[in-house]
Design a protein around this ligand. Structure first.
Ligand code: NGS
Length: 279
């Protein structure tokens, strides 16, 4: 049984957790990048994570029910660093969360946006999450007060990145890590499915949000601070600009409402739910 099941506190006796816990210190946090002894079971025990990488505060009812969706292929070491760092980070924020890793099981160009759509659909089969965080595996948030929760407007979370010298490269950037309410994601019909290869899918998603009358929000740079794990640059896709230009014509006809894929495997690992898909 999980420690939660053994707890003497009945669910009905619990009070709500703070929306933002008051003990989140403002110091810079750094990931441990030497995870040579990565052992999922050990870590899951240490952090009390439930199967599939789910956790909720044992003593209060979280006000944030968050699915964290990671598009993935070939980045095992980064995933290990991410998981070792993120579980304790998210727990300090008293979230009810689960980490979903959606892996493209097929060769060919990577389709980040489609994997995120799949993560959205699959996460909802496990729990009625009201908030979604779409998150690249190479991004590590450095401030504990950068809440992994949804704001009234869709939020660009990773806006202050070390590799950009903590500057935003352009105002419309909505890539890396974003938080969006379920109802807002539904309203924009999710991501486009046609962006194969690097670039543009996040810009298209941003266009969808603006088109629906929403605006982006960001936390101050001091809070929205991230470090990026290093990796080789991806090859930009050739048709990203064309897809982006014609995107407006496809908001209703290309998205989560037209999503087609098949599941190759689902495994509830100790630290995350792994969903291998044929896109
Ligand atoms: C833009 C890309 C975005 C990308 C952003 C930042 O040019 O997808 O750069 O990239 N848009 C297009 O290619 C149309 S980054 O500097 O983080 O590698 O997110």
């Amino acid at each position: 049984p999980s420690p939660n099941a053994l707890s003497c506190v009945k669910e009905s006796d619990k009070s709500l957790c703070s929306i933002i816990p008051t003990d989140l210190e403002n110091t810079l946090q750094h990931p441990n990048i030497s995870v040579t002894d990565f052992d999922m079971k050990d870590l899951a025990n240490k952090f009390n994570v439930g199967v599939g990488g789910a956790w909720k505060p044992p003593d209060c009812i979280s006000q944030h029910e968050v699915a964290i969706v990671i598009p993935f292929r070939n980045r095992t070491l980064q995933l290990q660093i991410f998981l070792s760092y993120m579980h304790p980070f998210l727990q300090r924020q008293l979230l009810n969360y689960r980490i979903f890793v959606i892996e493209q099981g097929t060769k060919g160009a990577f389709n980040r946006a489609k994997l995120l759509n799949i993560g959205y659909v699959e996460a909802l089969k496990t729990y009625a999450y009201h908030c979604f965080i779409f998150h690249d595996v190479d991004l590590i948030p450095q401030k504990l007060n950068n809440m992994y929760a949804c704001t009234h407007q869709p939020r660009h979370m990773s806006s202050s990145l070390d590799t950009f010298r903590y500057n935003l490269p352009y105002q419309e950037l909505f890539g890396g890590a974003v938080a969006i309410l379920k109802k807002q994601f539904e309203l924009v019909n999710g991501f486009s499915n046609i962006f194969f290869g690097w670039g543009g899918e996040d810009d298209d998603f941003q266009n969808r949000i603006i088109n629906r009358g929403m605006s982006l929000c960001r936390f101050p740079p001091d809070v929205a601070r991230y470090t990026m794990l290093t990796h080789a640059k991806e090859l930009p896709s050739e048709n990203r600009f064309l897809n982006l230009e014609s995107g407006r014509e496809r908001y209703e006809t290309d998205g989560v409402n037209t999503l087609k894929y098949s599941i190759l495997k689902i495994v509830n690992y100790p630290l995350y739910t792994w969903i291998l898909v044929d896109i």
